[in-house]
Write a protein that binds this ligand. Sequence first.
Ligand code: IPM
Ligand code: MG
Length: 355
Amino acid sequence: MDFKIAVLAGDGIGPEIIDQAKKVIEAAGKKFNHTFNFTHALVGAIAIDKTGNPLPEETLNLCKASDAVLFGAIGDPKYDNDPSAKVRPEQGLLAMRKELGLYANVRPVSTFASLIDKSPLKKEIVQGVDIMMIRELTGGIYFGKPQGRSEDGNTAYDSCVYSKYEVERVVRLACEYAMKRSKRLTVVDKANVLATSRLWRETAVAIAKDFPEITMDFMFVDNAAMQLIQWPAKFDVIVTENMFGDILSDEASVLTGSLGLLPSASVGLLTSVFEPIHGSYPQAAGKNIANPLGTILSVAMMFDLAFNLKKEAEVIRTAVEKSIEADFVTEDLNKANPKSTSQVGDWIADYVLKS
Ligand code: IPM
Ligand code: MG
């Protein structure tokens, strides 16, 4: 089959890790007889430098016309140190989420047996962790209006706004994931304080009627933050609103000690975006040392979700596991004998081709 992929490499290590993902996609294409057409476009700080806009119109149109978007990372220290900058790379990301209707961010977090010692938590606690974190991505306090400052500048306000429809679609997606897993779903909110959280609860309870096999439980976000550290293995599918999800998904991502390995999918109405969860890691840019596995595993999610190429996705996941077992990994996973970003990419592409 033929697939069109928009490639948005972005900033920092983005271009290097994306190159490895492309190698793996090409290898899968050769092996399984598919054609993948890549078109590159600008996003983030590099797009600001070249066009003044972190998400140029051309990039957005390309995404809309593609079967999937492969995304690297955005962010540049020159903006981090200047919160007053008028145009910021993150605006490109938020605009992309809104314009493409990327309503759910899906982040699987699981342990790799051979990497368990990298976790900041005790082995007994982290063993068996297998969480599917689903974060609402286009609503809540990130996009709520009004937002701004009073005339005298002494007061500022953000608004957390959710419609029932926005809650329904993401909770429904979470239920579908739960059905394919252990049929347990934890809805995280702050219903003891927030009106939006009470709408979330009410809506989730109504959706649950369509999924009688699912055991749904509710947890306040502060308690969830604590339990994620204390008993991470007891969670399965978690669904929550935008800001809580931003915080909890970062927390979840370090549980297994393998931040560089974690993929994500942002499920959209028009097209979906696949990206590693780590950032642009500017200190490593251009050094060929960044871990490409999170991006390569994001390709596996793309094959699964956007192209319905299940067998191909499985081969890519196996190739990644094998590279870890063979200790053919970058310096974050093996300081004594590290392989470069491109060596790891070549190894995995080769494994896919020969599998
Ligand atoms: C993320 C990031 C973004 C967010 C930032 C860069 C705007 O932290 O994707 O989790 O807060 O959503
Ligand atoms: Mg975040």
